[in-house]
Write a protein that binds this ligand. Structure first.
Ligand code: OAD
Length: 235
C-alpha cells in the first residue's frame, strides 16, 4: 500500500512579516533599537535596575500590537494549511499569525499579550488590556514580568524548533535579519533535500546560505506569490 503523507512546511518569521501591519522592526532605519538601547529595556539587568521602564517599553509594544491587524503575508500563510502541514516558528512577540488563523505557532522570543511570574517561569498569565504595571503580582505574590525572552536569557523553545525544522520538506524564512542567535541558527537544521526560500527585501545570501532561493520582496508581496505557487504546483 502506498501511504502518502502531507508535505511539511516550516515557516520561520521575523519582524519583517509584521512590518506591513504597522509594527516596527528592530534593525531597519527607524527601527526599535535605534530609539531604545537594548541594555535599558531588554535584559535581566534592565529589569533589576528599572522595572518601570521595562514595563513601559513593553506596554508600548503591546499597545501597537493590539491596534494592528494581520496583513496579506499572515493570511496567505494560513491558506497554506489547505494542502500542507504547516508549522510557524516565529521570533515575533505579536499574535498576528494566530489572529490570521494559523493553527500551529511556536514563539521563540515570548508573547507580548502574556505575563509571567518573576520567580516561577511556569506561571504564565494572559494580560487583559494594554498594560502590565508595577504591583501586578503572580499567585505567589511576586511581581509579574513580560513573557519575553530577553538578551542574555536562554531560548527554551529552541530545541523544539530545531526538531520541527529538521523534519521540513519546505523551509521558508521571512523578514528576518538573521542577526540574533540562537534563533538564526535554525536555518542550518533544515534538511539538505528540503526546498529553502528566504523572503526579505534586504535578504543577504551570505547569511542565508547558497542553497536558499532569495525572493527580495516585501512579505506582503512575496509571501502570497510563493503560497500561490506552492498550492498550485507543489503537492
Ligand atoms: P530585524 O529588525 O533584525 O530584521 C527585520 C528584517 O525584516 C530585515 O531583514 C528587513 O529587511 C526585513 N523587512 C523589513 N520590512 C519588511 C517587509 N515589509 N517584508 C519583509 N521583510 C521586511 O528583526 P528580526 O530578524 O525579527 O528579539 O530580529 C530578531 C530578534 O531581534 C527579535 O525577535 C528581537 C530582536 O531583538 C528579542 O527582542 C529577543
Amino acid at each position: 500500500m502506498h501511504f502518502c503523507r502531507m508535505k511539511r512546511i516550516v515557516v520561520f518569521t521575523g519582524a519583517g512579516v509584521s512590518a506591513e501591519s504597522g509594527i516596527k522592526t528592530f534593525r531597519d532605519s527607524g527601527g526599535l533599537w535605534e530609539e531604545h538601547r537594548i541594555e535599558d529595556v531588554a535584559t535581566p539587568e534592565a529589569w533589576r535596575r528599572n522595572p518601570g521602564l521595562v514595563l513601559e517599553f513593553y506596554n508600548q509594544r503591546r499597545k501597537q500590537v493590539l491596534s494592528a491587524m494581520p496583513n496579506a503575508a499572515h493570511l496567505a500563510l494560513k491558506q497554506l494549511e489547505e494542502k500542507f502541514e504547516v508549522q510557524i516558528i516565529t521570533q515575533n512577540i505579536d499574535d498576528l499569525h494566530e489572529r490570521a488563523g494559523s493553527s500551529k505557532v511556536l514563539h521563540l522570543h515570548g508573547e507580548i499579550r502574556k505575563a509571567r511570574s518573576s520567580i516561577d517561569p511556569g506561571l504564565v498569565y494572559d494580560i487583559e488590556g494594554e498594560s502590565l504595571l508595577t504591583g501586578d503580582c503572580c499567585a505567589l505574590g511576586s511581581q509579574l514580568r513580560p513573557h519575553i525572552v530577553w538578551f542574555g536569557e536562554s531560548v527554551p523553545a529552541m530545541e523544539e524548533a530545531i526538531l520541527m525544522t529538521s523534519e521540513a520538506d519546505v523551509f521558508i524564512a521571512i523578514g528576518t535579519s538573521l542577526e540574533v542567535y540562537p534563533a538564526a541558527s535554525l536555518l542550518l537544521y533544515a534538511p539538505e533535500q528540503a526546498m529553502k526560500v528566504l523572503i526579505d527585501p534586504r535578504a543577504s545570501r551570505d547569511k542565508a546560505g547558497k542553497e536558499f532561493t532569495i525572493i527580495a520582496k516585501t512579505a506582503g508581496e512575496g509571501v502570497p506569490e510563493l503560497v500561490h505557487k506552492l498550492l498550485n504546483n507543489y503537492v
